[in-house]
Design a protein around this ligand. Structure first.
Ligand code: G6P
Length: 610
């Protein structure tokens, strides 16, 4: 977790670092800090607990702080609480400062060894051992690059670091293993960051560092070395991100902006993937045909919201005759598997950097899963680089911690994959044509669902004093209920659970009273009658229901039952449509609760720790 940014320039780098931090806040936001070196070899470090605004206040009190080289960090605490002393940058000696994103697994051994060498520790973090190690090598005569190269040899774990030193005011050294790091190329200046979006206001051109790379930025010269110390010429990648795509515009929150962007995001994800009445299979990559032919089953691996997309897809795949398992990445990676024959591993991830998903993929490859495909929203991410096939979701940058458009575009990509694999099983060309036509309708149907916002805003009022909520769904809509509950709990802090509606009688009915709203989605599918029966079970026990129902179900308001009609859609795309009102509901409840919608407490968007 955590976001890092660094810069070497001819001008004051403080505004560049602050802008980068703002754009990286999604990676963690419990404390924040910067260190800058000026041309006169003076180093200044300012750190604050809380979000970037706290750092800006601290900088206002220290207006003389400026520098031509600097590093900055926004933290998501792992080792040590979010205090000022645990905030990065960490320093060793009078002039050496370092920021780190990652976890150093052997930090206790290093700490003990450093203590015996006389180092005094200022923080509880695992990072401080890195800066001490670099300091030790500098003291022994190494220059900054050599000191960093020697240091990372003794580190175990996953990390990305940026290091500056007051003795070399034009130099910034970075290194990565496991955690992401990119180098931004400017005119007479150069930058480092956890991702491209952090630097989008200063450059479009980037080197994406490979695992094990070290970069030495000396003035504007950028020298990249691989893990063996060999100089490497990495390809320049030009980011397609625009500054506007990572800015709020007219919206109050990124989450709301991203909910409203879903129709376009879905249209972009479909573009170039379907033609006429069929799927363009080559959009999965040149090897897709061969790999799909050789696939007998699918294993989906993901975390959080992406995992819920996987759960929906299981229904879709199996309906078309493709056996499918879905597992949370942190569980998958740490158990013994009976590896199925010719099983395609499909990872789902917005960021492409979730460490559990990456580790699960690596484990799957090691134990003999046949091939891998990732459905991902971040080009150049680690998952994209490490998978045989890639289907990018073209959702655009998602900044709000609670995932919205990444989820619905993942569902679209999964439908395309289901078609590709279904072709080799039960899917006829007529059926494919029907599924493709339904996908084409999606952007317009999403727009219609978004129009429910005013009524959802009113319903949200009912949650102002509630502490618990229950979400119900059946079939493909059980994962949608799970996603609705996750959205509500992560941004409004209301405890929410989701159940398959048929499971109510096995426990959750005991919780029903007038104080716990029960939210259900009711598409017009073959499970509708069973769902209606479950709804009656809740009403009979005094529960209050809010039901988002396909208009053709002809459900209407009754005592303790409020029905919100959703435009009718075919069951194949219904999970995507019914997600929208649940997103809007949690957003408006969070607004009423007054929480920090885009940066809910204790969470981060890109989870790069185990
Ligand atoms: C975090 C985010 C979620 C996301 C999950 C998986 O928990 O807050 O929104 O669903 O990570 O992230 P990924 O980038 O792998 O989809």
């Amino acid at each position: 977790m955590c976001g890092i940014v660094g810069a070497v320039a001819q001008r004051n780098v403080l505004p560049i670092l602050l802008d980068g931090l703002r754009r990286l806040e999604y990676r963690g936001y419990d404390s924040v800090g910067i260190a800058v070196v000026d041309a006169g070899k003076q180093i200044s470090r300012i750190r604050s607990v809380g979000k970037i605004i706290e750092l800006e206040k601290a900088l206002d009190e220290n207006p003389e702080t400026r520098g031509i080289t600097g590093i900055a960090h926004t933290r998501w605490a792992t080792h040590g609480p979010p205090t000022k002393s645990n905030a990065h940058p960490h320093m060793s000696g009078p002039g050496l400062a370092l920021v780190c994103n990652g976890i150093i697994e052997n930090h206790e051994d290093l700490r003990l060894a450093q203590k015996t060498r006389g180092f005094k520790f200022q923080s509880d973090t695992d990072t401080e051992v890195i800066v001490n190690e670099v300091y030790q090598h500098l003291n022994n005569g190494a220059d900054l690059l050599e000191a960093v190269q020697a240091t990372i040899k003794v580190l175990e774990g996953a990390f990305a670091i940026g290091v500056i030193c007051s003795d070399e005011p034009h130099r910034l050294v970075g290194a990565r293993r496991g955690s992401p790091l990119v180098v931004g190329i400017g005119e007479g200046e150069a930058f480092l960051a956890s991702d491209m979006s952090a630097l989008i206001s200063v450059t479009r051109d980037f080197y994406i560092l490979d695992d094990g790379d070290v970069v030495d930025i000396n003035n504007a010269n950028i020298c990249i070395m691989d893990s063996l110390g060999q100089i490497q010429q990495r390809e320049i990648k030009t980011s397609k991100l625009t500054a506007e795509s990572v800015e709020l515009g007219e919206h109050r929150h990124f989450m709301l902006k991203e909910i409203h962007e879903q129709s376009t995001a879905i249209a972009n994800t479909l573009e170039g993937r379907i033609s006429g009445k069929s799927l363009l299979e080559e959009s999965f990559g040149t090897e897709a045909n061969r790999i799909f032919d050789a696939t007998l089953s699918v294993q989906i691996i993901a975390c959080g919201t992406s995992y819920h997309a996987g759960l929906v897809a299981k229904y879709w795949f199996e309906e078309l005759g493709v056996p499918c398992q879905v597992e949370i990445a942190s569980e998958f990676r740490s158990r013994v598997h009976a590896v199925p024959d010719k099983c395609l591993v499909v990872t789902l991830s917005q960021s492409g950097e979730t460490i559990d998903t990456l580790s699960a993929l690596s484990e799957a490859k090691k134990i003999g899963f046949a091939n891998s495909l990732t459905i991902c929203n971040a080009p150049e991410s680690s998952l994209v680089r490490e998978s045989d096939l890639v289907m990018m979701t073209h959702a655009g940058p998602e900044i709000g911690v609670a995932s919205t458009k990444a989820f619905t575009t993942q569902l679209v990509a999964l439908r395309l994959l289901a078609i590709a694999l279904g072709r080799r099983r039960h899917l006829s060309s007529e059926h494919e044509a029907k599924l493709v036509a339904e996908l084409r309708e999606l952007p317009a149907k999403v727009e219609e669902a978004i129009k429910l916002e005013p009524i959802i805003k009113e319903i949200a009022e009912q949650f102002a004093d509630k502490h618990h909520a229950l979400f119900l769904g059946r079939g493909t809509h059980y994962p949608i209920a799970l996603e609705g509950a996750l959205k509500l709990k992560e941004i409004s802090y209301i405890h929410a659970e989701a159940y398959p509606a048929g499971e109510l009688k096995h426990g959750p009915l005991a919780l029903i009273d007038s104080e716990m709203p029960v939210i259900s989605v009711a598409p017009n599918d073959r499970l509708l009658d069973k769902l209606k029966a479950n709804i009656e079970e809740v009403r009979a026990r005094g529960g209050k229901l809010i039901v988002f129902a396909d208009v053709e179900t002809e459900m209407s308001d009754q005592q303790n039952l409020q029905v919100i009609n959703v435009a009718s859609v075919d069951s194949s795309i219904a999970p995507i449509i019914f997600t929208i009102p649940l997103q809007l509901l949690s957003y408006h409840v969070a607004l009423i609760k007054g929480t920090d919608v885009d940066k809910p407490r204790n969470l981060a968007k890109s989870v790069t720790v185990e």
